[in-house]
Design a protein around this ligand. Structure first.
Ligand code: ZN
Length: 401
């Protein structure tokens, strides 16, 4: 790979013919059309998301003579350059010079580029950028790109994968799943956490469709199975399998669970779909059960409610509830009772230390309830060694304390 340092390119040069695509949220061209600001393997413009502080910081850095850092171009040929690293900074500059956002002046007033003092305008336009032009094989450049982080915002997993497997398949994927103008994004956000900009919807879609469970178990972030799926389809020009599967999962969840709860966001819906979509569920009954469980103060893990219901409402471990299962109760009862009989004391430890008629009464299992030795509300776990059986009246008395 050959690299050449360019020190004479000014912001004015870069901003000549700057085109920003509002719809896709990305800078497209600069340098009078010679420069492609966002090649396929680059990510969407994210400096303006949130409060836009990052793009403002870029402009303030220029005005204060702070270094903007190195920018890398890929020299495709004499007339074609692509931004390898620096896309976010260049897009910030281009957007500012084109009056797309304002900065605060020394009096705290919001000013667009056209409104700031002429000498400041000149200063910005004449600022020279430090640019490395790289020439090399596509594979070398991509390998290098894969290993860098851009301007303090590390690339997310899926952003890296998009860079590594760039091509027609990724382009189509991004059109569908990373386009913040897509009307479906709001519905998807009910079930998927993250944002379209950072490729998190695309990541989930690819994760769900790539059902390499063995590999997923070995790779908690699922990057490898997703990469395999992308690699096989890199030059394909259709994503219908991906869309079909993704929509299948979303439609399945939304038809089984008709209520929308915030805890649904970010669950492993792809895995749950694979496990349960062949079963039939009555959405009315499901809804009633969801409501019942949501109003149950003993349930600590509301995120587990959905899988618990799908699995037939048996796996209480998913809920992290404050009740002990029957096996645990029977076992605690057996141990306590055997010990109590040996000592001729009650098998309720509270009765046993009392002085009334119950002090050596052996209660039946059905006359006792399970109690948390360390209180559930104080983090005591619902597990066997934290379980003791109390007679019903002592259990009630303890519960009311
Ligand atoms: Zn008792």
């Amino acid at each position: 790979m050959i690299t050449t340092l360019k020190t004479k390119i000014t912001i004015k040069d870069i901003c000549k013919g700057f085109v920003y695509n509002e719809l896709e949220g990305k800078g497209l061209f600069g340098l009078s059309g010679k420069l492609t600001i966002q090649p396929e393997y680059q990510r969407n413009y994210i400096y303006s998301s949130g409060d836009g502080k990052k793009e403002i910081a870029v402009i303030n850095s220029i005005l204060k003579d702070y270094p903007l850092g190195l920018i890398y171009f890929n020299k495709v040929n004499d007339d074609d350059l692509e931004v390898l690293d620096g896309q976010q900074r260049i897009t910030s500059i281009g957007r500012f010079v084109n009056n797309k956002f304002a900065i605060k002046d020394e009096n705290g007033m919001e000013q667009y580029f056209s409104g700031i003092a002429a000498d400041k305008q000149t200063k910005i336009l004449e600022t020279k950028l430090l640019i490395y032009e790289c020439e090399g094989k596509e594979s070398e450049i991509k390998e290098w790109f894969r290993t860098i982080n851009i301007a303090g915002v590390p690339l997310a997993n899926q952003e890296l994968l998009n860079a590594v497997y760039s091509g027609p398949f990724v382009t189509l994927c991004k059109e569908e799943f990373s386009n913040s103008q897509n009307a479906n994004i709001q519905k998807w956000s009910t079930y998927i956490s993250g944002s379209a900009d950072r490729q998190e919807f695309l990541e989930r879609a690819l994760d769900w469709v790539s059902k390499d469970w063995e590999d997923k178990n070995n790779d908690p972030a699922h990057t490898r199975p997703i990469g395999k799926y992308m690699s096989k389809r890199r030059y394909e020009k259709n994503i219908s399998e991906l869309k079909l599967y993704f929509n299948g999962v979303i439609n399945w969840v939304s038809s089984v669970f008709t209520d929308i709860e915030s805890e649904m966001r970010g669950l492993e819906w792809g895995r749950l779909y694979e496990e349960y979509h062949k079963k039939t569920y009555d959405p009315t009954k499901i809804s009633a059960e969801v409501h019942k469980l949501y109003s149950d103060p003993y349930i600590k893990n509301r995120k587990g409610i959905f899988e618990y219901i799908l699995g037939g409402s048996t796996d209480t471990k998913l809920l992290d509830v404050r009740v002990f299962d029957d096996a645990t109760k029977r076992s605690a009862y057996g141990t306590q009772t055997a010990e109590a009989e040996k000592k001729d004391k009650s098998n309720c430890p509270y009765c046993a230390i009392g002085h009334d008629v119950n002090k050596n009464k052996i209660w039946k299992l059905s006359e006792m309830d399970a109690d948390h030795v360390a209180a559930w509300s104080k983090g005591g776990k619902t597990m066997a060694k934290n379980c003791q059986m109390l007679c019903k009246s002592h259990n009630r008395a303890k519960g009311n304390r």
